[in-house]
Design a protein around this ligand. Structure first.
Ligand code: GLU
Length: 434
């Protein structure tokens, strides 16, 4: 039985460590926020409010393991800001979950929902565990106990989770069932990313990858680069990376490098993406795929391509490798793949970056559609979902691009400016409740 417990002091970083580390996700997010806030001349009161999370919850999750032993996991849920609507954001199961990371990701969700102008605030949650070493039964018990631990915050009008790293539709089904059992009736709008059979939206599974494809195509158009034959490298072959790769290939691009946590493959003629997807369906990972040349995840980032899509985890583009990146466009499928310190290196190299809060907002946008459908009890066709997603992604890209040109700032700073000004406006209108 692996020891899945972590002492609490590894998840609550003291302030001195939190603010010294340039690669720290909370600090990376906050330094971008600070820059945009400065350019917007944000008043000190709202600045102070937005620099804090509204609510941070940490719960112990005792679980009876299959071995008959009791393990105690740690679960976290952070609500960063709910001024524009219910808190929205995924739940991840991962050994690297920490309060600091969840706080950063929760704030990211606030900006993400605001940049595409959907009426949600930002939240994130996580359980420190290694789901790859757990049985389905253990995962179900962790999910249910975590859900009951954070019960007080959950609800269609207060806090609406979704899948994230290592969680999926099945986890959302358990979460929805646990919440509904406590209520005494079925509440499907308490979570999104559910199986379609129980109120999930058509197109939700593909939505983040579809948003990545749509924003990458917008970037190519803006730079007057032809879509046909544009070369693409995708890091991460999960839900976001694989669908993003597939849709970009369908649009005419050539996907020449792909990878997952087991390593990558380089094939300059262009992968048959559905073939790689069915390999992964059968073998779980890309290990042993054997098409083209094997490469590491680090090498993949440095391949000469038109579009690089980092669609795995945080902090993969850093001051250590930014100089070596040869892509013309980076479209951030993951949350926080670029450290704050690496931004200026990418700018100096003239790389056009579609930032995470815009590039991967397709997922939460269709989560919003799912919540709307649940509440209305009326379900849309996949075509309607995809058309409305396209409209939101394309309009948001153009809005951010326009602001970046007006203020002569990069797309990331412009996206933060759009998002922060929307959140700040609501704070001004609502005022401070005393
Ligand atoms: N976990 C996804 C994200 O980071 C989706 C969140 C949601 O749909 O609420 O954007």
């Amino acid at each position: 039985m692996p020891d899945l417990r972590l002492p609490t002091d590894t998840i609550v970083l003291p302030d001195k460590d939190r603010f010294l580390n340039e690669e720290n996700p909370f600090e990376a997010m906050m330094s971008r926020f600070d820059r945009a806030a400065q350019l917007l001349d944000l008043e000190p009161g709202i600045y102070k409010v937005l620099r804090h999370a509204e609510k941070e919850i940490t719960v112990s999750i005792p679980v009876m393991m299959d071995s008959g032993e009791v393990e105690v996991f740690t679960g976290i849920r952070v609500l960063h800001n709910t001024s524009r609507g219910p808190a929205k954001g995924g739940i991840r199961f991962d050994m690297n979950v920490s309060l600091d990371e969840v706080k950063a990701l929760a704030a990211w969700m606030t900006w993400k929902c605001a940049v595409v102008n959907i009426p949600f605030g930002g939240a994130k949650g996580g359980v420190i565990c290694d789901p790859h070493k757990m049985s389905v039964g253990e995962l179900e018990r962790v999910t249910r106990r975590y859900t009951s631990g954070i019960m007080a915050t959950l609800g269609p009008d207060s806090d609406v989770p979704a899948p994230d790293v290592n969680t999926n539709e099945r986890v959302m089904a358990w979460l929805m069932d646990t919440y509904s059992m406590h209520k005494g009736y079925t509440v499907n709008a308490v979570t999104t990313g559910k199986p379609v059979e129980m109120g999930g939206s058509l197109g939700r599974r593909e939505a983040t990858g579809r948003g990545v494809m749509l924003t990458a195509l917008q970037a190519l158009e803006h730079l007057k680069m032809p879509v046909k034959g544009a070369t693409v490298a995708v890091q991460g072959f999960g839900n976001v990376g694989s669908i993003g790769a597939q849709l970009l290939a369908e649009a005419g691009c050539k996907v020449i490098a792909i990878s997952d946590r087991t390593g990558g493959w380089y094939y300059p003629k262009g992968f048959d993406v559905p073939d790689a997807m069915s390999y992964v369906k059968q073998h779980k990972t890309l290990e042993g795929y054997g098409k083209g040349d094997a490469m590491t995840n680090e090498q993949l980032l440095e391949v000469e391509v038109d579009v690089l899509v980092p669609a795995a985890l945080e902090n993969v583009i850093t001051t250590k490798n930014a100089e070596q990146i040869k892509a013309k466009i980076i479209c951030e499928g993951a949350n926080g793949p670029t450290t704050a310190a690496a931004d200026s290196i990418l700018d100096a190299k003239g790389i056009f970056v579609v930032p995470d809060i815009l590039a991967n907002a397709g997922g939460v946008t269709v989560s919003y559609f799912e919540w709307v459908q649940n509440r209305g009890g009326y379900y849309w066709t996949e075509q309607t979902v995809n058309d409305r997603l396209r409209e939101i992604m394309v309009n948001s890209f153009r809005e951010v691009l326009k602001l970046s040109q007006q203020h002569k700032v990069n797309m990331r700073t412009a996206a933060y400016m759009v998002a922060i000004s929307r959140v700040a406006t609501v704070h001004r209108l609502r005022g401070i409740y005393a």
